[in-house]
Design a protein. Structure first.
Length: 531
């Protein structure tokens, strides 16, 4: 059954993190060749689109989110012609392609920044945020802004004569200088980059750190209650209106923003009809495993999106956050960067049970659903990576590393590297993943992989799951129940006791076995209703 309306309104979008998907050339790092030879996994899973995390030439100071050239591919991942081949092969398999564009900053190895550093009089200097320091000798940073990873946001340059020079702004690492979005060259360049990838058949663009682009040029301090100097400045919307014009000049393209924003109204501004098509739902991702909070989050999400006519998105994990099997197995089940729960006790069995139920929730709410690679295998966060193997620049600044959710996928076999590579993977895989390989789970009806395959197949086939809305059904305390159309319902039991199912004609799928016909705790069921 095909969905009404454009694909991006209710697609299942699978995030490929190329370093960790599959390694085709035996160097321990995933690459395009590996992705091409495992495309059948994504076709079997039934996803509608792939979002590819950055694959461009990069010194990898931030795992590729420090881009040196947006029009090429890093040699560790392959070549531009291999990328083009992957796009065609994905299309032939019925899978659309979304690439990741990082507009807030470039790599310090980008030609613009190299020219800007080499000569204080270079015109490229204006494309970034170079400023003199404060204090008599200019040796104090222009502001005390704290970076998005923690840490400072300015680095001092050295002039060609060897004397200390201006400082440049970087909201992330010093290897990621921020662009000056007030400059027309920056705007024109990115519009051209969008066209470059749209011309290569790419169906969508994921926009990194989408709310950060503009800075208050008076460089005020961050003061509670005053407008933030670099979060969500109004000027950013002009950029996305221009990008929307570019994407609208191609058929069926989508812009998807990474917008971390606690205020839902400000979040929804990015989704006005002439701006982005969709944005990631971090409210849902960070929500506790709690029936009232979850229900309120779903309502908040749907209300905010309805107001601007945009589809909601449902996201449980990505390459930046603790994997949700681990999150849901902790006593505190929320996620936030500020509240570091690393190393706190995890009940993986409970986390897995909840993750299975969450899969049926996220795949049956109205809107698009994102699946982060490995979540379909039930992978958990690897919290046991030796410190000397950690690569994430966040670790030094915040004491939390995102590497634990970026560990290479287990494909087959009984021990690492589990078919990921013929070499040692760039990050170590837990030996316990031998039960979580694609090979081990295929054909096992109780596996996470078969649950995802069945759920995504049903999602396509069930008319109700293409209805644009949901309606809450009455449920016992701690139970979330909703209908999609007249014939489909999802029931999620977040209470501590088994509950009877509402009247139904048949059970389509459950995340864990029923208990004498009742729905056990931390279990979801998809039902065909009697109509
Ligand atoms: C958000 C990305 O998802 C993250 O991985 C990256 O470190 C920052 N933006 C900076 O580009």
């Amino acid at each position: 059954m095909s969905a009404p309306g454009p694909w991006w309104r209710d697609a299942v979008i699978y995030q490929v993190y190329p370093r960790s998907f599959a390694d085709g050339d035996g160097d321990g790092i995933g690459d395009i060749d590996g992705i091409r030879s495992h495309l059948s996994h994504l076709a079997d899973l039934g996803v509608d689109a792939i979002w590819m995390s950055p694959w461009y030439p990069s010194p990898m100071a931030d795992a590729g989110y420090d881009v040196a050239d947006f029009r090429d591919i890093d040699p560790a991942f392959g070549t531009l012609s291999e990328a083009e081949a992957l796009i065609s092969e994905a299309h032939a398999a019925g899978i659309r392609m979304i690439v990741d564009i990082v507009p807030n900053h470039l790599s310090s190895e980008h030609v613009w920044f190299k020219k800007a550093l080499a000569d204080p009089a270079a015109p490229e200097r204006e494309l970034f945020w170079f400023r003199p320091g404060r204090g008599e000798h200019g040796d104090e940073m222009p502001t005390d802004w704290v970076g998005e990873f923690g840490g400072t946001t300015w680095t001092r340059t050295t002039d060609p004569d060897g004397t200390p020079g201006d400082w440049y702004l970087h909201l992330f690492t010093p290897e990621q200088p921020d662009l000056n979005w007030e400059h027309p060259t920056v705007r024109a360049e990115f519009e051209d980059i969008l066209r470059f990838w749209f011309d290569r058949g790419v169906d969508g663009i994921r926009i990194d750190s989408a709310a950060l682009l503009f800075k208050d040029r008076t460089l005020p301090a961050v003061v509670e209650g005053r407008p933030h100097p670099f979060h969500d400045l109004d000027e950013v919307h002009d950029v996305y209106r221009a990008w929307r014009r570019v994407s609208d000049s191609y058929p069926d393209r989508a812009l998807i923003g990474e917008v971390w924003m606690p205020e839902v109204e400000r979040f929804a501004n990015y989704l006005r009809p002439d701006e982005l098509h969709a944005a990631f739902n971090f409210d849902f991702l960070g929500c506790a495993w709690d029936p009232e909070l979850m229900r309120a989050c779903i309502d908040r999400t749907l209300d905010a999106h309805r107001a601007v006519g945009a589809p909601a998105t449902w996201v449980l994990s990505n390459h930046d956050v603790t994997r949700h099997v681990t999150r849901y197995g902790r006593t505190t089940t929320t996620f936030s960067f500020e509240n570091n729960l690393d190393g706190t006790p995890v009940d993986l069995e409970l986390g897995t049970r909840r993750a299975r139920a969450a899969a049926l929730l996220s795949l049956s709410l109205p809107g698009a659903t994102y699946v982060y690679q490995g979540e379909e295998l039930g992978l958990w966060e690897n919290e046991n990576i030796p410190v000397d193997r950690l690569q994430d620049p966040m670790y030094a600044r915040r004491g939390h590393s995102r590497d634990g959710c970026r560990v290479p996928l287990p494909w087959s076999g009984d021990e690492p590297p589990f078919g990921f590579s013929t070499a040692e993977p760039w990050l170590p895989q837990p030996a316990e993943w031998k039960d979580r390989t694609v090979q081990a789970q295929t054909g096992d009806p109780s596996s996470m992989l078969e649950l995802y395959r069945s759920a995504i197949a049903l999602r396509r086939a069930e008319g109700g799951l293409h209805e644009p809305h949901m309606t809450w059904l009455p449920g016992a305390p701690g139970v979330l129940a909703y209908a999609r159309g007249a014939a489909f319902a999802c029931v999620l039991n977040m209470s501590p006791a088994a509950v009877p199912l509402p009247a139904h004609r048949s059970v389509l799928l459950t995340s864990s076995p029923l208990d004498g016909g009742d729905l056990p705790p931390d279990t979801a069921a998809w039902l065909r209703l009697a109509t």
